[in-house]
Each structure stands twice: as structure tokens, then as C-alpha cells.
Design a protein around this ligand. Structure first.
Ligand code: KIV
Length: 282
């Protein structure tokens, strides 16, 4: 098994400057253990995604995720990962109401959650918030296409940008976000042709998820990559392992060992000092 030994922390500037030079990697993680795995593998960016509402907390969507929940998970992640750039999703309604709300909540993710960038879902309508955060020294990742926080208005988890009009709107959103100062842009669930056009037309890296191979980098959800989440598997997911199957087998073996008295064995058991047990009364 190969692990990555580089220890210098990845910066938003390094990500921005990698455009056109190499492919970038981003993976979500939500706690200390998953973050330390991502750290060991040389992944460039670690996203504390609000997908935690679904894969960690079992909710139907990401809408219910709160700032306090995000901060709780960000603190655990930043204890486990020192090399990747750790980015926090700004949860639903933590930035939409306006610049002041966005500034207050991004500051909390920085100061209490210890992350070094934030991600906001949305296009031209959130430009004032993005601009203010960047001017205040908070690196921002944009996110357009399928934006799960808007699942109610999008009518479900559906591929976006399938018509020329919708594609043009996505291209305009990408340009507006770049102009506002994002250092990279997540493109979720859009046709590969549109992702390719956006990637060519903007100076910052695009990070695709369900957006084809022409993006400057890719992101996956930790639980999807490892086969830990079986409620549904989107078409764009590649499962690199089926850890759920391995875990079920291991837990069943443990139950069986306990029920049959095979575990714990002598090697898992502590002994009193020589002769001490004999001094105890019956
Ligand atoms: O919340 C999340 O995990 C995300 C990624 C899918 C990009 O936003």
C-alpha cells in the first residue's frame, strides 16, 4: 500500500496555479479517521461537504445541515489532515440572506472549524457574498450545475445544463463567479461538453463530479468511492472498493465469535500478578 509523505500544506494559490499543469484531486471527509486516510494518500483538497447530512447523519438531503454541525465535523477533520487544503461547505441559508450573514458564518468556519477555504453553491446571485469573502481574505470555491441545497427548486437530484439556454446560463455563472474571485469551481452533474467549454473559458481550475473528463480535477464523496453508502449510487460514481461488504463480514464474524465463546481469547485477556489470585477469598 502506498501512502504519500509530502507534508507541506496545499494552499488555495497552489490550486489556482495548477490549472493546465496537472490534474487536481478532491475528496470529501467528515471526521478524524477519514481525514487522516485522505491525508495519507496525497489528495490535494479535502472537502467537508454538507453531504455529511446524508452519508453521516442519514438525512434525505443536505438542507437540514446546520453551522454547528459543520463546525463540529470541520474540527475533527482538521485534526486528522494537515497536508490537503481543507474546504468547508457553507450550509443552506448560511450565506443566501446576504453579505453580512455570509461573512459571519465563513468566519466561524475559519476560526472555530480551522478550515482554510469555503464552498458556496450558486451562480451570479451570490456574487456579492463571494466578492466580500474573497476581499476579507477567505478563499472561495464556487459550485454550479446540480446544487443539492436547491433540490426543492430543481425538482430532485437531476442533471443540469441539458439545453443550450441552460448551458449558456451555466457559462455566464462560471464567468461571474471567477470575476468575483473564486479560486476553483465545482461542476456537478452537467454534460461533459458544457464542462469542457467552461474549463476552457475560465482561468481557474474546474473540479468535476458527474461532469466528464475534461475538467481540471475531480471530486468524489468518500463513502461513494469506498462503497460505504448503499442507499443510492449515482451514475457518476466509481466505487473503488466495497468496504460495506467487508465491514458486514467482519461484524458478523465478531458476533459469531462472541456468541460461540471464541472471543476474547487468551491473547486478549489480562492476568493478575503471579500468586495474587490465590490471596483472594472464595
Ligand atoms: O457536499 C458535497 O459532498 C459536495 C460534493 C459532492 C462536491 O458538495
Amino acid at each position: 500500500m502506498s501512502t504519500h509523505s509530502q507534508t507541506t500544506s496545499v494552499t488555495s494559490l497552489a490550486i489556482r496555479n495548477a490549472k493546465g499543469k496537472r490534474k487536481l484531486t478532491m475528496l470529501t471527509a467528515y471526521d478524524y479517521s477519514s481525514a487522516s486516510l485522505v491525508d495519507a494518500c496525497g489528495i490535494d483538497m479535502l472537502l467537508v461537504g454538507d453531504s455529511l447530512g446524508m452519508v453521516m447523519l442519514g438525512r434525505e438531503d443536505t438542507i437540514g445541515v446546520t453551522m454547528d454541525e459543520m463546525i463540529h465535523h470541520c474540527r475533527a477533520v482538521t485534526r486528522g489532515a494537515t497536508r490537503p487544503l481543507v474546504i468547508a461547505d457553507m450550509p443552506f441559508m448560511s450565506y443566501e440572506p446576504g453579505v453580512e450573514t455570509a461573512m459571519t458564518n465563513a468566519a466561524r468556519l475559519f476560526q472555530e472549524g480551522n478550515v482554510r477555504a469555503v464552498k458556496l453553491e450558486g451562480g451570479s446571485e451570490i456574487v456579492p457574498q463571494v466578492r466580500a469573502l474573497v476581499q476579507a481574505g477567505i478563499p472561495v470555491v464556487g459550485h454550479i450545475g446540480l446544487t443539492p441545497q436547491r433540490v426543492a427548486t430543481l425538482g430532485g437530484f437531476k442533471v443540469q445544463g441539458k439545453t443550450a439556454d441552460a448551458a449558456r446560463r451555466l457559462e455566464a455563472d462560471a464567468l461571474a463567479l471567477v470575476e468575483a474571485g473564486v479560486f476553483c469551481l465545482v461542476l456537478e452533474a452537467i454534460p461533459a461538453a458544457i464542462a469542457g467549454r467552461i474549463t476552457k473559458s475560465i482561468p481557474v481550475p474546474t473540479i468535476g463530479i458527474g461532469a466528464g473528463g475534461d475538467c481540471d480535477g475531480q471530486v468524489l464523496v468518500f463513502h461513494d468511492l469506498l462503497g460505504l453508502f448503499d442507499r443510492f449510487v449515482p451514475k457518476f460514481v466509481k466505487q473503488y472498493a466495497n468496504l460495506r461488504e467487508i465491514a458486514v463480514e467482519a461484524i458478523n464474524a465478531y458476533r459469531n465469535d462472541v456468541e460461540t465463546g471464541t472471543f476474547p481469547g487468551p491473547e486478549h485477556t489480562f492476568r493478575m500478578n503471579e500468586g495474587e489470585e490465590d490471596k483472594l477469598e472464595d
